[in-house]
Design a binder for this molecule. Structure first.
Ligand code: F3S
Length: 395
């Protein structure tokens, strides 16, 4: 991979340990993927923020990188292990709080915004079409490639941090025209209305074509929330970094629909739901907010529970920036008056509170994957309205 003289100086350690290490990481990745050179990025987003996930080794690595190093582009981070303003109600162990705050403070010392959300594109970090960025958090990667038309590979937390410190990333894969080429045409032969149906669609597509990029025809009346669930499922079940949707993806006209065609109809969607529904005799918790809930999802929940009393534990997780908007609109009060809990900065998967739950109902196919795999508990996926109905009736 070609390096400029300046980049070679960084690699030789002339600017300090953190930048040298960052350059070593990018050069190693560039060599593996046969990148031709480094390109400038306009933003970064880092995953692997919860102390639950990174442990003491992760904290140590971050501290080493942070010595005299600051990020060169606007950078945001994924959720941590608890709500920074509401940790008491979450009953988090004090040692965990100290460790997690150490992680967040280390990121902040590098000039990173403590956004603590997996949906930075809602408020905190929205790239423009055609910009090259270096993002981790697979659901956000797939969404910004596909819906915004930004260019990013699926970075790890470490490579996203390295890119943020240098303001550069190796040019390969999704940063190139060829790397964004669709391989299969998916013909959707039914109209999807509910957000959870998009999660199921992503699950089904992943099952059929693996991590190849799909060119999807037949999606009408979509919006960013529905695309969020499609992106999260595709990224989770097969590692798909982007999709093209006819009439929606900014660059869809630059590619021919692939000859290899697959159809998905209404029956397939209902079969998909069945595969995402464990036998759950009694729901312990209803969880909305994987990926983090948008202001419009919180508004819907608030309208559904307004003036009522919940019979099951309802937890909503969201970004701090969305939470603030929801407070201004009175949505948080309505949900909490009904007995619900809304947390910012965290989620059930990356927080220790997830370890105490025995069964969950959720509207997220991605949450199904992680709750089953990491927490090993039964999960039932349904639409947001059905989830809230269960929280209200207890049935
Ligand atoms: Fe976000 Fe946690 Fe789901 S980080 S995508 S809410 S697993």
């Amino acid at each position: 991979m070609y390096l400029t003289r300046e980049e070679e100086k960084i690699l030789d350690g002339e600017y300090g340990y953190g930048y040298k290490k960052a350059m070593e990481i990018l050069v190693a990745i560039g060599k593996i993927y046969e990148a031709d050179r480094l390109i400038d990025i306009s933003s970064a987003h880092i995953s692997g923020v919860s102390y639950k996930n990174i442990g003491d080794e992760g904290v140590e690595f971050l501290k080493e990188m942070a010595k005299n190093s600051r990020v060169r582009v606007p950078t945001t981070i994924n959720p941590g292990g608890f709500d920074l303003n509401n940790w008491k109600r979450m009953n988090i162990d004090r040692r965990f709080i100290e460790k997690q705050m150490d992680v967040i403070n280390t990121f902040q010392a590098m000039g990173i915004k403590p956004s603590l959300s997996c949906t930075p594109y809602y408020n905190d970090n929205l790239p423009n079409r055609g910009e090259h960025v270096a993002w981790a958090e697979s659901s956000a990667v797939t969404l910004v490639n596909s819906l915004i038309g930004a260019y990013t590979n699926r970075e790890s937390g470490i490579s996203a941090l390295a890119a943020a410190l240098l303001g550069k990333t190796p040019r390969y894969g999704l940063h190139t025209y060829e790397g964004r080429m669709p391989k299969y045409t998916i013909k959707l032969k039914t109209r999807l209305n509910k957000m959870s149906e998009y999660g199921v669609l992503g699950y089904l597509i992943s099952d059929i074509i693996g991590n190849n990029i799909p060119y999807i025809k037949g999606i009408k009346n979509s919006d960013i929330d529905k695309m969020k669930y499609l992106a999260a499922s595709l990224a989770t079940y097969a590692g798909t970094p982007m999709f093209h949707i006819e009439g929606l993806t900014p660059e869809y006209m630059e590619y021919e629909p692939p000859k290899e065609k697959i159809s998905i109809d209404e029956e397939d969607i209902s079969k998909g739901f069945k595969r995402l529904r464990d036998v759950v005799n009694s729901v312990d918790m209803v969880w909305i907010g994987c990926p983090h809930a948008s202001i419009s999802e919180i508004k819907t929940i608030s309208n559904l529970v307004k003036g009522k009393s919940l019979k099951k534990k309802l937890v909503v997780t969201t970004a701090r920036s969305t939470y603030k908007l929801a407070v201004q609109q009175g949505f948080i009060d309505e949900i909490e008056n009904a007995g619900g809990e809304v947390y910012a900065d965290t989620c059930i998967i990356v927080s220790p509170i997830g370890e105490k739950i025995r069964s969950i109902m959720t509207n997220s196919a991605k949450a199904f994957y992680y709750l089953r795999g990491v927490n090993n508990i039964p999960v039932y996926v349904a639409d947001l309205e059905e989830c809230i109905e269960t929280a209200l009736t207890g049935e």
